[in-house]
Design a protein. Structure first.
Length: 122
């Protein structure tokens, strides 16, 4: 199954590779209606991984879910005693808003300024 937001399905990537074998990537990208960067990424992935490079890669997070579950347990579930399931459910809704919008990143909590760790994402 192809990804919804993929600019080219696997068969389109195969055509891209075939055309780029004898012509410049920029010209082929313009013909196919994709950016040169996208075409270069596809060609390089094929050169590095072969046929497997043509397949869609999963877009699921690799680490974030585990981190969320650990922080949920540490900061919410075991931080206090809940008297009812309804109380816990309401508290979870409030905690999720805090976690997603107001809680500083772990780097900031460790006393680092945003400029210190901003380069890690570029």
């Amino acid at each position: 199954m192809t990804q919804r937001n993929a600019p080219l399905p696997p068969e389109g990537r195969r055509r891209l590779i075939e055309r780029c074998a004898s012509r410049p990537i920029a010209h082929v990208a313009a013909e196919m209606g994709i950016s040169r960067a996208c075409a270069s990424k596809g060609v390089n992935r094929y050169r590095r991984h072969g046929e497997l490079g043509l397949l869609d890669r999963p877009s699921t997070p690799r680490q974030q879910v585990e981190r969320y579950n650990r922080i949920l347990a540490e900061e919410f579930l075991y931080a206090r005693t809940w008297t009812s399931e309804d109380q816990r459910r309401k508290g979870l809704a409030v905690w999720n808003i805090h976690y997603n919008y107001y809680r500083p990143p772990a780097e900031q909590s460790a006393g680092r300024r945003p400029l210190d760790y901003a380069g890690a994402w570029s």
